[in-house]
Design a protein around this ligand. Structure first.
Ligand SMILES: Nc1nc2c(ncn2[C@@H]2O[C@H](COP(=O)(O)OP(=O)(O)OP(=O)(O)O)[C@@H](O)[C@H]2O)c(=O)[nH]1
Length: 325
C-alpha cells in the first residue's frame, strides 16, 4: 500500500516537475549534501542530546520548517536553471543559509558546552549566504534583461517573416505599398513601378499541378531578381503577378530593364517531367507623377497591364511545350 502511494506521488510529481535537470548539477548537489552532513556531524560531535522535556517543540517546528523550505528552494532552483554563475551563487548562498538554519534547529535537540565556538557557525554563514544570494539575484536580473532583448529581436524577425510570401520568398504587396508611400511622402517621384504577369499560368497549373506551378513561380522570381539592380525592390503582387519598384530610373531605362526580364523568362526552358516549357510575360511600366497617391499609381499600371493583355492575342501568349530534355 505504502509503495503504491509513493509510486502515485512520484508519477504525479513527475508530471508537474522535471527532475531530470537535477542530473545537470552534480557538484551543487554535492555541496548541498556536504553542508547538511557537516552541520549534523559538528552538532553531534560537540554537544549532548537534550532530554525530551527540555525541547521547545514550537521552536523545532519553526526552525525545522525554515530548513525544509530552504532545501525545497534549492531543489526548485536546480530543476529550473541550467548550470552557470547565477545557479552557483544562488545555490551556495542557499547552502550557507541552510547550514545556519540547520545548526539553529539542531540546537533545539542538542546542548552545547558554554565555551563552544559552534554558535559562531550558526550566525556567520547566514548573512554571508544572503549576500551571495543578493548578488546572484542581481546577476539573474541582468540575465533576464539580456534574454528579453533577444526575445524581442526574435519576435521582430518573426513579424517581419509574416510579410514574406512563402512560395517565392519575396515580400508581399503590402510591403511594396509601404515603400511606395514612403517615397511619395518624401515628395520623391523619381521612380518607376512595373507589373510582370505570367501568361497562361492557370493552364500550366491545371496541366502540371500546383506544386510545379509553385516551382515555376520561384524560378521566375529568381530570374527577375537576377535581372534587376541592387537598389530595386521586387515583391509578389498577387497570384502569378510580380511588382517592381525601380528608384532613380527614367521611364525609358525602366522599360528596357523590364524587357530584359521578359526576354530572360522567354528563353527559360522550364523542365517539368520530360518536357521543357517556355513562358511569356505581359508587362507594364509607369513612372510616378507629382501629387499622385500610391493607389492611383498602382491603378494606372494595372490598367496598362490589362490593356496589354487584351491587345496581345491568346494564341501568342500560350505556353510552348517542347518534348524531350
Ligand atoms: N501554383 C500556384 N498557383 C497559384 C498561386 N496563386 C495563384 N495561383 C494560380 O494562378 C492562376 C492565375 O490565373 P489567372 O489570373 O487566370 O492568370 P493566367 O492563367 O496567367 O491568365 P492570363 O494572366 O490572362 O494569361 C490561378 O490558377 C491560381 O489558382 C500559387 O501560389 N501557386
Amino acid at each position: 500500500m505504502f509503495c503504491v502511494v509513493i509510486l502515485i506521488e512520484h508519477r504525479l510529481l513527475g508530471n508537474i516537475m522535471n527532475f531530470s535537470l537535477l542530473r545537470l548539477h552534480p557538484q551543487m548537489l554535492l555541496v548541498s549534501g556536504f553542508a547538511i552532513a557537516l552541520a549534523i556531524v559538528l552538532s553531534f560531535s560537540i554537544g549532548d542530546l537534550k532530554h525530551s522535556h527540555q525541547i521547545e517543540w514550537l521552536d523545532v517546528v519553526g526552525e525545522g520548517g525554515i530548513v525544509l523550505l530552504t532545501i525545497l528552494w534549492q531543489l526548485f532552483l536546480l530543476i529550473s536553471r541550467p548550470s552557470g554563475r547565477v545557479t552557483t551563487l544562488l545555490t551556495i548562498g542557499l547552502c550557507c543559509f541552510m547550514f545556519s538554519s540547520l545548526l539553529d534547529a539542531l540546537d533545539e535537540f542538542i546542548h552545547y558546552p558554554e565555551q563552544a565556538w559552534l554558535p559562531l557557525f550558526e550566525s556567520v554563514p547566514a548573512p554571508f549566504g544572503m549576500i551571495l544570494m543578493t548578488w546572484g539575484l542581481y546577476q539573474w536580473h541582468q540575465e533576464m534583461l539580456t534574454l528579453n532583448a533577444q526575445l524581442r529581436r526574435r519576435e521582430a524577425d518573426v513579424r517581419e517573416h509574416g510579410r514574406v510570401d512563402l512560395v517565392t520568398r519575396l515580400y508581399r504587396a503590402d510591403y511594396m505599398r509601404e515603400q511606395i508611400n514612403q517615397l511619395l511622402n518624401k515628395r520623391n517621384t523619381n521612380f518607376c513601378v512595373a507589373l510582370v504577369d505570367i501568361d497562361q499560368f492557370d493552364a500550366f497549373n491545371r496541366r502540371f499541378g500546383h506544386p510545379e506551378g509553385d516551382r515555376l513561380l520561384r524560378e521566375i522570381a529568381e530570374l527577375i531578381l537576377m535581372n534587376v539592380r541592387q537598389s530595386d525592390l521586387v515583391c509578389r503582387y498577387a497570384g502569378d503577378r510580380f511588382i517592381l519598384l525601380m528608384p532613380d530610373l527614367p521611364l525609358k531605362r525602366a522599360r528596357q530593364q523590364v524587357q530584359q526580364i521578359a526576354s530572360a523568362v522567354k528563353h527559360l526552358a522550364f523542365k517539368t517531367g520530360n518536357q521543357a516549357v517556355f513562358h511569356t510575360l505581359t508587362t507594364a511600366v509607369a513612372a510616378a507623377q507629382e501629387n499622385e497617391s500610391c493607389a492611383s499609381l498602382l491603378l494606372r499600371v494595372n490598367q496598362r497591364l490589362e490593356q496589354d493583355k487584351q491587345y496581345s492575342g491568346e494564341k501568342q501568349r500560350a505556353p510552348l511545350y517542347h518534348a524531350g530534355r
